[in-house]
Design a protein around this ligand. Structure first.
Ligand SMILES: O=C(O)CCC(=O)C(=O)O
Ligand SMILES: [Fe+2]
Length: 312
């Protein structure tokens, strides 16, 4: 099952701070993005600025997960699987916060609950991370939309994004060969993942092979999700992935999901529908979809997601 392979996902350099639409530099990077998502549905985005937040970020995550269980449990969300979750069997814990690119939101909805006496460094660190990652995500999304000729929708889509931050801790020393996170496709538009030095992410290729992803310290792993696939009328291939943690050290992962905002109807652009490409999916509201998906997760079924929910 865990067939080790030498294949690597492509690495694309986003370090150029002046990367602007319409410039030759932009177009060069865009072609690489296009090829990578066509072949793998994902890639590694190298982005040196992330090193500025690396140390505080993983420090903040340690501080968070070191809190007593009873304290972490105080952080609940109005939506199932969007607050604090612990899967003891898999030695995995995670916390999710919606609209993580809004500083006030992190402070009021998360930090104040966990540290009533205040912990502004924690809020600042999470915000800096989300700001960097969401800024990069916007560029990547614009490039993807340009490569499908539907860039006129970029602003509308970006404006209706809920950046959900998911912080995960996988305890070292798993007891079995079972994945620490079961195979799934992300339900987001785009996901950016940043990890500490402990590897574990595996991505499945179109041919069914599992690739071990070993990102460098200055890279995000960028994964396309089913919301984008559906919006592009099935033109993408959002890859299945899982986490297999085999090291004895804890693995920390900060995952930023660019999800559609609840209340916004995600609808396939008419330019992407014609005789050869008939309409494949109904419009959907992400929060309504989530009610359905949460019940699937509760049953342990991560494979029946948005594509199944909204297909015609
Ligand atoms: O831990 C990882 O590397 C994967 C996390 C993930 O796929 C997710 O949270 O959706
Ligand atoms: Fe995922």
């Amino acid at each position: 099952m865990n067939s080790e392979t030498m294949v690597k996902i492509p690495v694309i350099d986003f370090s150029n701070q002046d990367l602007k639409p319409g410039t030759p530099e932009w177009d060069l990077v865009k072609v690489q993005v296009q090829q990578a998502i066509h072949e793998y549905g994902c890639f590694e985005a190298s982005f040196g600025r992330i090193l500025e937040v690396r140390k505080p970020l993983f420090g903040a995550m340690e501080e968070l997960f070191d809190l007593p269980f009873q304290t972490k449990q105080l952080y609940v969300s109005d939506r199932l699987f969007r607050g604090y979750t612990r899967v003891s069997l898999r030695l995995q814990e995670s916390i999710q916060i919606d609209d993580a690119n809004v500083a006030e939101n992190i402070e009021q909805r998360l930090t104040k609950v966990l540290w009533p006496q205040g912990n502004s460094n924690f809020s600042k660190t999470l915000f800096s991370y989300s700001e960097l990652a969401s800024g990069l995500e916007k560029k990547i999304r614009r490039m993807i939309l340009e490569s499908f000729g539907v860039e006129k929708y970029t602003d509308e889509l970006i404006d209706s994004t809920n950046y959900t931050l998911r912080l995960i801790k996988y305890e070292g020393k798993p007891q079995s060969n079972e994945p620490s996170l079961l195979a799934h496709c992300d339900q987001s538009m785009v996901t950016l993942l940043y990890q500490n030095e402990v590897n574990g992410l595996e991505i499945q290729t179109k041919h069914g092979e599992w690739i071990n992803v070993k990102p460098s310290q200055n890279s995000f792993v960028v994964i396309t999700g089913e919301s984008l696939d559906v919006w592009l009328n099935g033109r993408l291939n959002s890859p299945k992935h899982r986490a297999m943690v085999t090291e004895n050290k804890a693995r920390y992962c900060a995952v930023l999901f660019a999800n559609p905002k609840g209340g916004y109807q995600v609808k396939i652009p008419e330019e992407l529908v014609d005789e050869e490409n008939p309409l494949m999916f109904k419009p959907f509201d992400y929060d309504e979809f989530w009610e359905f998906y949460a019940s699937q997760i509760a049953k342990g079924d991560l494979s029946t997601g948005l594509k199944a929910y909204s297909c015609i």
